[in-house]
Design a protein around this ligand. Structure first.
Ligand SMILES: Nc1ncnc2c1ncn2[C@@H]1O[C@H](COP(=O)(O)OP(=O)(O)OP(=O)(O)O)[C@@H](O)[C@H]1O
Length: 299
């Protein structure tokens, strides 16, 4: 659950990924600029005593060409964070930058264009159009943008189709595809415009474990071999272990940060978070403190 307005704040964990340095110029030359940056992001639903602080001061930098998983208990603020980072919803305060663009300064029309051209989405429910073939579903974003398929698009589409193993499925309609194949079509559609970032909300939530693993490997291949940037919300430690980095959210705050995660380490971090939330743990460390330890151990 999100923190109520009248509850005491949790300890703050600084998860900005910029390493300490005495020579900022050298770091600028070697560190890729972040694909997305959130600074002191807050989102409050409702007002007064019933206000829920779904996000309560999140600062985060997600680097290009990385696969990041966002995890946390139900109601911790994962979806709210994803929606704000993707420009699908507006913050109560704080800023989100996509590359050099401040999303919080854009009006609705500019946000619509940005979402169409610079952001890709993959949802749990695939969201394919049933009357279109796989290829027509993949190329739909170009159609909607009123753009013609040129040689560059064709070459990129070929690469996507090869990477995602869809070559012999392009003329099939969604009802003729397995769940895993439908999700791969949805991933190809999300990547067609070569967006700055693809946001995936529980992309394996509707798949059996074998198809889910396949989809996650394909997502990881898109990051490793095609240089794409993926941010995924998941409940599943196994799914999160496909990512390069796992960011843990608790009570609307960043509560941990693991690089090169394994399912076991993710599970340990989640269990620590859960036991810190439990009333029996009163007097012990809070989740953020425990997971900050996990974060330090991971680096
Ligand atoms: N539109 C809304 N109006 C009021 N409260 C909301 C709204 N959306 C989310 N919340 C509250 O904000 C908090 C964070 O919700 P959010 O959906 O981001 O959590 P989550 O971690 O994605 O949860 P889940 O894993 O169950 O999807 C919750 O307490 C939720 O009840």
């Amino acid at each position: 659950m999100g923190r109520r307005a009248d509850e005491a704040p949790l300890p703050t964990v600084d998860t900005m990924t910029t390493p300490p340095t005495s020579n900022p110029v050298a770091i600028q030359a070697t560190t890729p600029s972040p694909a997305v940056t959130a600074s002191d992001l807050r989102k409050t639903y409702g007002r007064g005593e019933t206000a829920v602080h779904a996000l309560d001061g999140v600062s985060l930098a997600l680097h290009r060409g990385h696969f990041t998983a966002i995890m946390g208990a139900s109601g911790s603020g994962k979806s709210t964070l994803l929606h704000l980072l993707a420009g699908l919803d507006s913050a109560t305060s704080g800023t989100v930058h996509l590359g050099g663009t401040d999303l919080t300064a854009l009006d609705d029309d500019a946000l619509t264009v940005l979402r169409r051209e610079r952001v890709g989405f993959v949802f749990q429910a695939f969201n394919l159009l049933p009357m279109l073939t796989a290829e027509q579903n993949i190329t739909l974003p170009l159609e909607l943008a009123g753009a013609r398929m040129n040689a560059e698009h064709r070459a990129w589409l070929d690469r996507l189709v090869a990477t995602l193993g869809l070559r012999d499925r392009l003329t099939h309609r969604p009802s003729e595809l397995s769940g895993g194949q439908q999700q791969r079509v949805a991933i190809a559609r999300a990547l067609l415009t070569q967006p700055d970032v693809v946001f995936a909300d529980e992309p394996t939530g509707n798949l059996d474990s074998r198809s889910g693993a396949e989809v996650l490997s394909f997502l990881r291949t898109c990051v490793r071999e095609l240089g794409q940037t993926v941010v995924m919300v998941t409940h599943d430690a196994q799914a999160a272990s496909y990512a390069d980095r796992v960011v843990l959210v608790a009570d609307g705050r960043i509560a941990g940060d693991l690089s090169d995660p394994t399912p076991e380490r993710v599970q340990v971090a989640l269990d620590a978070l859960r036991s810190a939330d439990s009333p029996r743990s009163s007097g012990g460390l809070r989740g953020a403190e425990i997971l900050h330890g996990a974060s330090l151990e991971a680096r």
